[in-house]
Unconditional design. Structure first.
Length: 267
């Protein structure tokens, strides 16, 4: 789900709380971001107990993270609630480190007031795109936080596949569908041969799939090569009639919109 500002991310005011649900969103703690040191996490949580962070400069003064940690927090959206664009945050963090970075301990206050934003470069800089933000979140948290993970795959021709939500209409039939691999695990059949279970997700839902030994032998490499997978499979109902799974027959790279366009033009 797309998250509103302050709902989907772990931001400056609530950096250490556990995952919590807010409306239609799950708020992610900032301390889950990769590359934050234990020292910075401990100071961040301790300072938050003493009071909310009121600005990026206030956070820097009280926590004194490393420059690369400030960049991580900026890329994670941790300072967005303070109202400044990401590029402005970056320049302020650079200035704070250059002027105050080595001159004090975290507990000490400033002898001079925090720098004014008027000191920073007036050169127009490009803000990260939505996709770049989602890519940064995936790098730092292991998943997208402020949007749906399928937004990272806009080139896939999703509308040319049977949607997951409609697979139940094709019980017993062979269909071609496509989805992001969100979970996978290997297992061994009674014969000792390996097989694989995959969970695929598209814009309409998720579905469990099975690659039995022979199929896994032929297409197992594709399941790790492509984050989004096209599968040709038979829709098989559960024994109790409540739901269904896919028995995969073939798997491979998904079709792209460019390929579909070229095919339609050629036709």
């Amino acid at each position: 789900l797309p998250f509103g500002r302050g709902e989907g991310r772990g931001e400056g005011s609530f950096p250490g709380q556990p995952f919590v649900v807010r409306g239609q969103a799950i708020r992610v703690p900032l301390v889950r971001a990769k590359s934050l040191t234990e020292r910075t996490i401990e100071r961040l949580l301790a300072e938050r107990e003493r009071g909310v962070f009121i600005s990026l400069a206030d956070f820097h003064r009280r926590v004194k993270p490393l420059p690369e940690e400030m960049e991580t927090i900026i890329r994670a959206g941790g300072f967005d609630e303070f109202g400044q664009p990401r590029t402005r945050q970056f320049w302020e963090a650079q200035y704070l480190h250059r002027v105050f970075g080595d001159a004090r301990e975290p507990e000490q206050g400033w002898l001079l007031p925090p720098p004014s934003l008027e000191r920073f470069p007036g050169v127009p800089l490009r803000e990260p795109t939505r996709r770049e933000r989602l890519e940064a979140e995936t790098e730092l948290f292991g998943y997208t936080v402020s949007g749906h993970p399928l937004e990272l795959f806009p080139d896939v021709a999703w509308d040319t596949y049977c949607p997951v939500a409609r697979l139940g209409e094709h019980t017993g039939e062979i269909v071609v569908t496509c989805g992001l691999v969100v979970e996978q695990r290997t297992h061994h059949q009674i014969t000792g041969e390996p097989m694989k279970f995959l969970t695929l997700a598209d814009w309409t839902g998720m579905i469990e799939t099975e690659l039995f030994a022979q199929t896994y032998k032929s297409y197992g490499l594709a399941t790790v090569r492509y984050p989004v997978l096209e599968v040709t499979a038979k829709v098989e109902p559960f024994d109790n009639g409540r739901g269904h799974t896919l028995r995969v027959l073939r798997a491979g790279r998904p079709r792209t919109r460019d390929e579909q366009h070229s095919a339609s033009v050629g036709a």
